[in-house]
Design a protein around this ligand. Structure first.
Ligand SMILES: NC(=O)c1ccc[n+]([C@@H]2O[C@H](COP(=O)([O-])OP(=O)(O)OC[C@H]3O[C@@H](n4cnc5c(N)ncnc54)[C@H](OP(=O)(O)O)[C@@H]3O)[C@@H](O)[C@H]2O)c1
Length: 265
């Protein structure tokens, strides 16, 4: 895929992976629509990228945790843009809490953003994509979208749910030229742990040690763009934590031993 002149909507563009993807796709000449709740940050980012790469940028407020506001964001998008070539469903929140201590309200909060918000946005944009003859949907899952691990119950479940939904979407809509690339990042050096929810719904507020040693978001963004370019169905990338996916698949007994011992922070 040639990214030049393509209209790409990136959710969660105000920070981390989304921000790095915005810079990378801007460098490749895509027109960018940047979304999240922090429009002040997005406006600064949009200005900096468009000045550097002479591309068109737009900012649309989006709160995936408040489903009722999503149709308004879609309406703004379709008022201002003729088409959507690539939707990058990147926004998400993580979790740092034991499931036995976590009320279902907090589980729902995680699902609302990571799953229901994401699928509401996607469903709202599909008619536009289909009408235009196709499009590419990118989904930011996680390594824990492939297996469960302590302290991530709702987070891991919400990412597993994305696989079920978007694999089905691919089955149902590939004849409409809708492509789906699911990315399973390992540890990427972003604020994901800082912004993770705890058992009472408040922010964890700390950079995990493992997170701080993760792959840089810029390097990771280049890998994501390569995966989109090659129309990869699913890509897991990060550091050695990716190995756990293969252990889970090929040596499940070892996964059961390791996973019950690992206490990720
Ligand atoms: N970093 C990792 O190691 C890692 C590993 C596996 C998967 N991932 C996934 O990668 C994606 C990006 O995370 P990141 O690492 O870049 O973390 P991050 O730095 O915390 O960025 C998260 C982004 O999501 C947005 N967001 C959060 N809640 C939102 C809401 N209610 N509505 C709209 N946007 C919302 C945030 O923007 P606002 O606060 O401005 O709304 C921010 O732009 C997530 O889906 C995450 O699960 C990350």
């Amino acid at each position: 895929m040639n990214f030049k002149g393509r209209t790409v909507w990136i959710t969660g563009a105000s920070s981390g992976i989304g921000e790095a993807l915005a810079w990378e796709l801007g460098r490749l000449g895509s027109d960018l629509v940047l979304s999240s709740r922090n429009t002040e940050k997005l406006n600064r980012l949009a200005k900096a990228i468009s000045e550097k790469y002479q591309i068109n940028t737009d900012v649309i407020f989006l709160d995936l945790g408040n489903n009722a506001t999503i149709p308004e964001a879609i309406e703004q998008f379709s008022d201002r843009h003729q088409k959507i070539d690539i939707l990058v469903n990147n926004a998400g929140i993580s979790q740092r809490s034991l499931l036995i201590e976590t009320p279902v309200e907090v589980d729902r909060q995680v699902f609302e953003v990571n799953f229901f918000g994401t699928i509401t946005l996607t469903k709202g944009l599909l008619p536009m994509m289909i009408k235009a003859g196709g499009g590419h949907i990118v989904v930011m899952s996680s390594v824990v979208g492939k297996f469960g691990i302590s302290l991530r119950s709702a987070y891991s479940a919400s990412k597993h749910a994305l696989h079920g939904f978007f694999e089905t979407l691919r089955c149902e809509l590939s004849d409409k030229n809708i492509k789906v690339t699911i990315i399973c990042p390992g540890r990427i050096r972003t604020s994901i742990s800082v912004n993770a929810v705890t058992k009472d719904g408040s922010n964890y507020g700390r950079m995990d040690e493992g997170q701080a040693k993760g792959v840089s978001p810029e390097k990771f963004a280049r890998r994501v763009v390569k995966a989109i370019h090659r129309n990869r169905k699913e890509v897991a990338t990060g550091g050695k934590e990716i190995l756990m996916i293969y252990i889970r698949r090929f040596l499940p007994w070892l996964y059961y031993i390791l996973a019950s011992r690992v206490k990720p922070t």
